[in-house]
Design a protein around this ligand. Structure first.
Ligand SMILES: [Zn+2]
Length: 72
């Protein structure tokens, strides 16, 4: 899978934690590699636990960026 966005800087003290990833999203800052890895790791764990192969999880920033219409 090609990279969609370049990695941002690790600007939060808890970067590399899943909560920091959401902090990036909330603040509209680019997510850094440690945060992306942390999220991917937790998502894989969740998927395996639930037996789901594809999650439909789109961050708000992506939805706004691409103008995707969602029922919110
Ligand atoms: Zn980060």
């Amino acid at each position: 899978m090609p990279k969609q966005t370049p990695d941002g800087p690790s600007i939060y003290p808890n970067c590399g934690d899943r909560s920091a990833y959401y902090r990036h999203l909330r603040n509209g800052t680019p997510t850094c590699r440690p945060c992306k890895d942390a999220l991917a790791k937790s998502m894989n764990k969740w998927r395996h636990a639930k037996g789901i192969n594809k999650g439909r999880i789109v961050p708000d920033t992506i939805i706004q960026k691409h103008g995707i219409k969602v029922n919110a």
